[in-house]
Write a protein that binds this ligand. Sequence first.
Ligand code: ADP
Ligand code: C5P
Ligand code: MG
Length: 216
Amino acid sequence: MLGRLLGNASQSLLKRVSHIMKPKVIFVLGGPGAGKGTQCSKIVEAYNYTHLSAGDLLRAERGREGSEFGQLIDNYIKEGKIVPVEITISLLRQSMVETMTKDQTKSYFLIDGFPRNEDNLQGWNRVMDGKADVKFVLFFDCSNEVCIDRCLERGKSSGRTDDNRESLEKRIQTYLNSTRPIIEQYQKHGKVRTIDASRSVDEVFADVKAILDKEA
Ligand code: ADP
Ligand code: C5P
Ligand code: MG
C-alpha cells in the first residue's frame, strides 16, 4: 500500500532517510572518575557526536525549579544508587529529540553513564528498541584506586555532593555490583571496546580516536 502511494523510488528514499535519521548511539561506561566526561568532550570537538551524560541530566533535573524528582535524585546521588530508569530515560529521550529537532544532521549520540544497571538496560530496551542503533559500548577501564583518587581530586572544585570518600565507596560498590555485569553482557555479544583509562588524557584519546575512525 505504502509502496503504491509513494512509488518505489520514494519508498526507498524514505527508508534511507529514516535509516540516516535513526539515532546512532555509543554507550560510554567505566567507573566513577574513569574519565568518561573528559573523553566525551574531546570526541565532541573532533567528531559530529552529541554528548549526553545521564549524571549531568539528573543533576540538572535535581536543580530544576518545580521538579517533582529533585529530592529523590539528590538522595540517590549521595548514596551512589541508580535512579529509577523511568526518570533517566525520559531525560535522555527528551534531549535526543530536542537535539535532532534543532539540527537534523545531529543523530550521533554518546550516552555517558548509561546503562548502569539491569533496570537501566531494560528501560532502554522497552522505550528505545528499534528506535536507535547501539553501535557499541566504549568502556574506560581503570582500577578503583585511580577512580577514587581522580574523584577526590575533582571534589576539591566540583561542588558535587558525591565526590567524597563516603559516597565514593558506595559508588564503587554500585559500579562493581550493578554496572560491570551490564558491561559483561555486552561483551558476550562482542559489543565492548575496552580502553585502558589509567593513562594520560591524550594517550587515552589516541585509542578512542583509533576506535572511532575505524568503526563510527
Ligand atoms: P567521569 O565522567 O568518568 O566520572 P571525568 O571525566 O569527570 O570522569 O574525570 C574525573 C576527574 O579526573 C576529573 O577531574 C578529570 O579532570 C580527571 N581526569 C580525567 N581523565 C584523566 C586522565 N586520563 N588522567 C588524569 N586525570 C584525568
Ligand atoms: O555519571 P556520574 O558520575 O555523573 O553519575 C553520578 C550519579 O548519578 C550516579 O552515582 C548515580 O547516583 C546517578 N546516575 C544514575 N543513573 C545513571 C547515571 C547516573 O542514577 N544512569
Ligand atoms: Mg562524568
